[in-house]
Structure formats: structure tokens, C-alpha cells
Design a protein around this ligand. Structure first.
Ligand SMILES: CC(C)(COP(=O)(O)OP(=O)(O)OC[C@H]1O[C@@H](n2cnc3c(N)ncnc32)[C@H](O)[C@@H]1OP(=O)(O)O)[C@@H](O)C(=O)NCCC(=O)NCCS
Length: 167
């Protein structure tokens, strides 16, 4: 299993993944559900690849790197790493978001993919801990976090806030 940064060579598989993910799931929105391959390659891919750098972005923008988890030739999931926290991220969605292909869930990919993503995140983010927010009823994601040694730091009505120490 390996993580590969989003790239043009893998465009077809990246498009297949993103277009098949639901438009909304567990509070994660996917505005690219159902888009055509042409639109993905011409508009979406250049845009989301550019998110890695803050050039020509508004002040509030935090750069974000998208990694895909591959098992051999199969793209199984997506992990987003936001490069640092702002107040909004600290009290909101945190550093990392992830999804696994629907037909491949429950096979350990979420847990293994987060472990690999944490290795990348350790190199990218300056904070001592990696921040997460998870819906209280999202049992699978909570387990993925717990199995990567996350601990709960707070909650609101709907969510738990969790962190993983970098060291
Ligand atoms: C959350 C998600 C990434 C988990 O990925 P996954 O590959 O299915 O996770 P794993 O196979 O590594 O499973 C992790 C644990 O969750 C459990 N689990 C998986 N699916 C489950 C389900 N539907 N209900 C209850 N537990 C579940 C597994 O049994 C495992 O626990 P165990 O080791 O104690 O048995 C995946 O379900 C997903 O993409 N969900 C939609 C997007 C999302 O919610 N992202 C996270 C937002 S915070």
C-alpha cells in the first residue's frame, strides 16, 4: 500500500474515485459528485492541485495536499492534509479529512491510510498534535482514529474533537 500525491498521470482513477463519492456523507461535502471526466481534467484537477500552494489565494486560505491511497493498481481512498491550523480549523474540521471508496470499506484501508498520512503530516504541519473532528455517530471513523492512537479533547452536540500526538 502506498500514498501518492494527486497528479495528472493518475487523473482517470482520481476522477473515478471523486465522481463516485456521494455529494454529502458524514458532514463531508463532495461538490464533484457526478462530474464528467472532461470537466475534471480541464477544471477541477488543476484547481485542487493548486490548493497545495497559497499563491493567488485569499488571506484565510490554508494550503492543502491531497494524497490517494493505492493498493497495487487500485485507488482505494483519499486523504487531505491541511498544512496548518487557523482558529476556524482548530475549533472546526482540523488538519486531516479522509474517505475510502464505498465498496472497499471495512477492510482496514482507513486505518492503514491514516497511519501513512500521519507520516506525511508530521513533515508538513508545524503543530505538536494533529487535530481531527468526527461526528459522534461515525463509528467507523472514530475507530480509525482510535486505532491510530487519537484521544478525545472535547465535544459539541454533534462531534468529538480528537488529536494525535506527532511524536
Ligand atoms: C470512515 C472511513 C474512512 C473508514 O474507512 P474503512 O476503510 O472502512 O475503515 P477500516 O476498515 O480501517 O475500519 C476501522 C474500524 O471501523 C470499523 N467499521 C468499519 N465500517 C464500519 C461500520 N459501517 N460500522 C461500524 N464499524 C465499522 C471496523 O470494523 C474497524 O474497527 P475494528 O478494527 O475494531 O474492527 C470510511 O467509512 C469512509 O470513507 N466513510 C465516509 C467518509 C467519512 O466518514 N470520513 C471521515 C470523516 S471524520
Amino acid at each position: 500500500m502506498e500514498l501518492r500525491k494527486i497528479n495528472i498521470e493518475d487523473a482517470f482513477y482520481e476522477w473515478q474515485f471523486i465522481t463516485e463519492l456521494p455529494a454529502e456523507e458524514n458532514g463531508l461535502e463532495n461538490s464533484y459528485h457526478g462530474i464528467s471526466y472532461e470537466e475534471y481534467v480541464e477544471k477541477v484537477l488543476p484547481k485542487i492541485m493548486s490548493y497545495e500552494h497559497a499563491e493567488n489565494m485569499p488571506d484565510w486560505f490554508v494550503p492543502e495536499t491531497i494524497f490517494y491511497l493505492w493498493d497495487g493498481e487500485i485507488l482505494v481512498g483519499e486523504f487531505h492534509v491541511r498544512h496548518h491550523l487557523t482558529e476556524a480549523l482548530r475549533t472546526g474540521s482540523g488538519h486531516i479529512g479522509y474517505s475510502i471508496r464505498r465498496d472497499l470499506r471495512g477492510k482496514g484501508y482507513g486505518t492503514a491510510g491514516l497511519k501513512l498520512t500521519l507520516e506525511k503530516a508530521r513533515e508538513i504541519i508545524p503543530e505538536e498534535e494533529v487535530f481531527f473532528r468526527v461526528k459522534k455517530d461515525n463509528i467507523a471513523s472514530k475507530r480509525v482514529l482510535e486505532k491510530n492512537r487519537a484521544y478525545v479533547t472535547g465535544e459539541d452536540d454533534e462531534h468529538l474533537f480528537m488529536r494525535i500526538r506527532k511524536q
